[in-house]
Design a protein around this ligand. Sequence first.
Ligand code: EGV
Length: 382
Amino acid sequence: MQETRTVPASSELDVGNLTQFEYLALNSPLNIADAHARQGLTAGQARIIDDLPNLFLKAAELPVEEVEREAHRAYFGLLGQHSYPGDDGRVLACYSSSVAMEILARSLAGAMSSVALIHPTFDNIPDILRGVGLDLVPVAEERLGEDDLDDILGSVGCVFVTTPNNPTGRVLSEEGLRRLAGQCAERDLVLALDTSFRGFDPAGHYDHYRVLGDSGCRWVVIEDTGKLWPTLDLKVGWLVTAANLGLPVAKIYSDILLGVSPMVLALVQRFSEDAADGGLADLHRFVAENRALVREGLAGVPGIHFPDPHSRASVERVNVGARSALDVWSSLRDHNVYVLPCQKFHWANPPEGNSTLRIALARSAAPLREATRALRSVLLSR
Ligand code: EGV
């Protein structure tokens, strides 16, 4: 039979931003595109879900302040962030970290014209910052722990860092954060961190709030429970600010929302407690096994490699060598398998991502194995 399907021109493959690529995958059982957690519940997590009616009633009964405080204690404590400012309204709960990001962006926009932003990173961060009119200066992620960032810091009002980074998994070390925060303090710059992937990597569990506090810099941290547990997007993005930040974050927060559902906060508390009770170690093992499954499933395919050998994030990049990542993405789509092409992560220079794909690891092993098999056969045919 004659092959009738025409190969789309590459412009037709330009679906839009990364999230728009992720939308296409949402109805496929072989969706390994977005980084939201979609694996099955563990036994401990299933018990919490079985108890949802009680959780709802308890959340309705208790004072909101108490529910918030308990959720903070459980989540920040789980991840080693003991010096978080729990006592004076500086931990603001948002529906998602992107909502927190939008609030931060709006408050930055009134105070400065440009921001230094880690490169590469998930494209909704540059898009939100540009959306409020800020100019962006890229900083390669490898440079962020360096001593001398004068060429970059001289022209901006804020430095924004995703750590662990998405998609590379790279973590800013304690010493690196100290150096960066010191330079920001010297120049009176805002240092903003997005730690949405923190839970996956113990290297990110040193007490960031102590380092930031000691530096005296003006800091903001966006914490996110959304990537960690398969809670069907019931999650919190926390917008945490330094006492000396000097930006109208609380006012802009009040323009956007009154607060997050206490039911969701109580759920986050329970999942955090389960994680502290062994669940986090189980999750780390689960992600490591899925990473091994992908690497072994693609072993021996000519010309490919894994650019982030030390990553512990719940995503894995695959470099497809001389092939075009977008062509591989398109062929996979014919098998109903959805990955993420990486160009848009390289927001200042998209061609840098021409030969990489990102695979989500927070998936049950069976569909991940099936999707990896399809990827292997597509790669071998090209
Ligand atoms: C990832 C998408 C947006 C984001 C997906 C993500 N959310 N655009 N508000 O959650 O790595 O797949 O971060």
